[in-house]
Ligand binder design. Sequence first.
Ligand SMILES: [Fe+2]
Ligand SMILES: [Fe+2]
Length: 172
Amino acid sequence: MLLKNIEKALNDQIRIEAESSQIYLAMACWAEVKGLEGVAGFMYDQSQEERDHMLKLVKFVNERGGHAKVSELSEPNVTFNSFKEMFEKLFEHEVFVSQSINELVHITLQEKDYATHNFLQWYVSEQIEEEAMARTILDKINLIGDDKGGLYLFDRDIQQLTITSASIDTPQ
Ligand SMILES: [Fe+2]
Ligand SMILES: [Fe+2]
Protein backbone atom coordinates (compact mmCIF):
# COMPACT_ATOMS: atom_id res chain seq x y z
CA MET A 1 0.00 0.00 0.00
CA LEU A 2 1.05 3.55 -0.65
CA LEU A 3 1.14 6.09 2.15
CA LYS A 4 -1.04 9.11 1.39
CA ASN A 5 1.87 11.55 1.25
CA ILE A 6 3.78 9.26 -1.15
CA GLU A 7 0.71 8.85 -3.33
CA LYS A 8 0.40 12.65 -3.41
CA ALA A 9 4.09 13.08 -4.30
CA LEU A 10 3.81 10.46 -7.08
CA ASN A 11 0.71 12.19 -8.43
CA ASP A 12 2.61 15.49 -8.47
CA GLN A 13 5.30 13.76 -10.52
CA ILE A 14 2.65 12.37 -12.90
CA ARG A 15 1.59 15.93 -13.55
CA ILE A 16 5.19 17.05 -14.13
CA GLU A 17 5.76 14.26 -16.67
CA ALA A 18 2.50 15.15 -18.45
CA GLU A 19 3.53 18.81 -18.56
CA SER A 20 6.96 17.81 -19.88
CA SER A 21 5.22 15.96 -22.70
CA GLN A 22 3.19 19.10 -23.53
CA ILE A 23 6.26 21.36 -23.35
CA TYR A 24 8.16 19.18 -25.86
CA LEU A 25 5.12 18.85 -28.09
CA ALA A 26 4.96 22.66 -28.28
CA MET A 27 8.69 22.70 -29.11
CA ALA A 28 8.10 20.10 -31.85
CA CYS A 29 5.41 22.31 -33.38
CA TRP A 30 7.61 25.40 -33.28
CA ALA A 31 10.50 23.56 -34.94
CA GLU A 32 8.23 21.96 -37.55
CA VAL A 33 6.72 25.29 -38.53
CA LYS A 34 10.25 26.73 -38.82
CA GLY A 35 11.19 23.93 -41.23
CA LEU A 36 13.56 22.23 -38.80
CA GLU A 37 12.37 18.73 -39.54
CA GLY A 38 15.07 16.90 -37.64
CA VAL A 39 14.65 19.00 -34.51
CA ALA A 40 10.86 18.58 -34.75
CA GLY A 41 11.22 14.79 -35.01
CA PHE A 42 13.51 14.81 -31.98
CA MET A 43 10.99 16.83 -29.96
CA TYR A 44 8.06 14.63 -30.98
CA ASP A 45 10.07 11.65 -29.70
CA GLN A 46 10.88 13.45 -26.43
CA SER A 47 7.21 14.29 -26.00
CA GLN A 48 6.26 10.64 -26.47
CA GLU A 49 8.95 9.54 -23.99
CA GLU A 50 7.58 11.89 -21.34
CA ARG A 51 4.14 10.44 -21.87
CA ASP A 52 5.63 6.98 -21.32
CA HIS A 53 7.27 8.24 -18.09
CA MET A 54 3.88 9.49 -16.99
CA LEU A 55 2.11 6.20 -17.79
CA LYS A 56 4.72 4.16 -15.95
CA LEU A 57 3.98 6.22 -12.82
CA VAL A 58 0.21 6.00 -13.36
CA LYS A 59 0.36 2.21 -13.49
CA PHE A 60 2.62 2.00 -10.46
CA VAL A 61 0.31 4.17 -8.34
CA ASN A 62 -2.80 2.18 -9.36
CA GLU A 63 -1.11 -1.19 -8.86
CA ARG A 64 0.10 -0.22 -5.39
CA GLY A 65 -3.39 0.56 -4.13
CA GLY A 66 -3.37 4.27 -4.85
CA HIS A 67 -5.37 6.21 -7.41
CA ALA A 68 -3.43 8.01 -10.14
CA LYS A 69 -4.66 11.53 -10.71
CA VAL A 70 -5.15 13.00 -14.17
CA SER A 71 -4.89 16.72 -13.59
CA GLU A 72 -5.25 19.92 -15.51
CA LEU A 73 -1.98 21.03 -17.10
CA SER A 74 -0.52 24.48 -17.46
CA GLU A 75 -0.14 25.82 -20.99
CA PRO A 76 3.42 25.51 -22.28
CA ASN A 77 5.48 28.23 -23.93
CA VAL A 78 4.82 27.98 -27.68
CA THR A 79 7.32 30.39 -29.25
CA PHE A 80 11.08 30.80 -28.95
CA ASN A 81 13.56 33.44 -30.06
CA SER A 82 15.94 30.84 -31.43
CA PHE A 83 16.40 27.11 -31.51
CA LYS A 84 19.32 27.61 -29.12
CA GLU A 85 16.95 29.21 -26.62
CA MET A 86 14.56 26.30 -27.10
CA PHE A 87 17.24 23.75 -26.22
CA GLU A 88 18.35 25.85 -23.24
CA LYS A 89 14.76 25.66 -21.99
CA LEU A 90 14.76 21.90 -22.54
CA PHE A 91 17.95 21.54 -20.50
CA GLU A 92 16.65 23.75 -17.67
CA HIS A 93 13.42 21.77 -17.63
CA GLU A 94 15.26 18.44 -17.36
CA VAL A 95 17.30 19.80 -14.43
CA PHE A 96 14.04 20.82 -12.75
CA VAL A 97 12.59 17.32 -13.32
CA SER A 98 15.74 15.72 -11.84
CA GLN A 99 15.34 17.85 -8.70
CA SER A 100 11.74 16.78 -8.44
CA ILE A 101 12.69 13.08 -8.76
CA ASN A 102 15.40 13.53 -6.11
CA GLU A 103 12.88 15.05 -3.75
CA LEU A 104 10.54 12.12 -4.36
CA VAL A 105 13.33 9.61 -3.68
CA HIS A 106 14.11 11.50 -0.47
CA ILE A 107 10.52 11.17 0.79
CA THR A 108 10.47 7.40 0.11
CA LEU A 109 13.59 6.99 2.26
CA GLN A 110 12.14 9.09 5.08
CA GLU A 111 9.00 6.92 5.02
CA LYS A 112 10.97 3.69 4.58
CA ASP A 113 8.94 2.90 1.43
CA TYR A 114 11.59 0.76 -0.25
CA ALA A 115 9.26 -0.55 -2.96
CA THR A 116 8.64 2.96 -4.29
CA HIS A 117 12.27 3.83 -3.69
CA ASN A 118 13.32 0.88 -5.84
CA PHE A 119 10.80 1.77 -8.56
CA LEU A 120 12.13 5.33 -8.72
CA GLN A 121 15.70 4.25 -9.46
CA TRP A 122 14.70 3.88 -13.12
CA TYR A 123 13.80 7.60 -13.14
CA VAL A 124 17.06 8.53 -11.46
CA SER A 125 19.03 6.82 -14.27
CA GLU A 126 16.74 8.23 -16.94
CA GLN A 127 17.34 11.78 -15.69
CA ILE A 128 21.12 11.30 -15.79
CA GLU A 129 20.79 10.26 -19.46
CA GLU A 130 18.42 13.06 -20.40
CA GLU A 131 20.51 15.77 -18.76
CA ALA A 132 23.63 14.41 -20.48
CA MET A 133 21.89 14.37 -23.85
CA ALA A 134 20.61 17.94 -23.44
CA ARG A 135 24.11 19.08 -22.46
CA THR A 136 25.66 17.38 -25.52
CA ILE A 137 23.13 19.07 -27.80
CA LEU A 138 23.81 22.49 -26.24
CA ASP A 139 27.56 22.00 -26.74
CA LYS A 140 26.94 21.28 -30.43
CA ILE A 141 24.71 24.35 -30.78
CA ASN A 142 27.40 26.52 -29.22
CA LEU A 143 29.92 25.17 -31.74
CA ILE A 144 27.61 26.04 -34.65
CA GLY A 145 26.98 29.64 -33.53
CA ASP A 146 25.24 31.55 -36.32
CA ASP A 147 26.49 29.35 -39.16
CA LYS A 148 23.52 28.46 -41.42
CA GLY A 149 25.28 25.45 -42.94
CA GLY A 150 25.99 24.23 -39.42
CA LEU A 151 22.33 24.51 -38.54
CA TYR A 152 21.42 22.47 -41.62
CA LEU A 153 23.82 19.70 -40.58
CA PHE A 154 22.65 19.89 -36.96
CA ASP A 155 19.04 19.42 -38.06
CA ARG A 156 20.08 16.37 -40.08
CA ASP A 157 22.33 14.90 -37.35
CA ILE A 158 19.84 15.22 -34.51
CA GLN A 159 17.62 12.67 -36.28
CA GLN A 160 20.52 10.24 -36.07
CA LEU A 161 20.89 10.99 -32.36
CA THR A 162 17.23 10.06 -31.80
CA ILE A 163 17.57 6.80 -33.72
CA THR A 164 20.72 5.85 -31.77
CA SER A 165 19.23 6.60 -28.36
CA ALA A 166 16.03 4.73 -29.24
CA SER A 167 17.97 1.63 -30.26
CA ILE A 168 19.95 1.47 -27.00
CA ASP A 169 16.87 2.01 -24.84
CA THR A 170 15.96 -1.16 -22.98
CA PRO A 171 12.46 -2.46 -23.68
CA GLN A 172 10.01 -2.07 -20.82
FE1 LIG B 1 10.44 12.39 -17.85
FE1 LIG C 1 12.73 14.17 -19.64
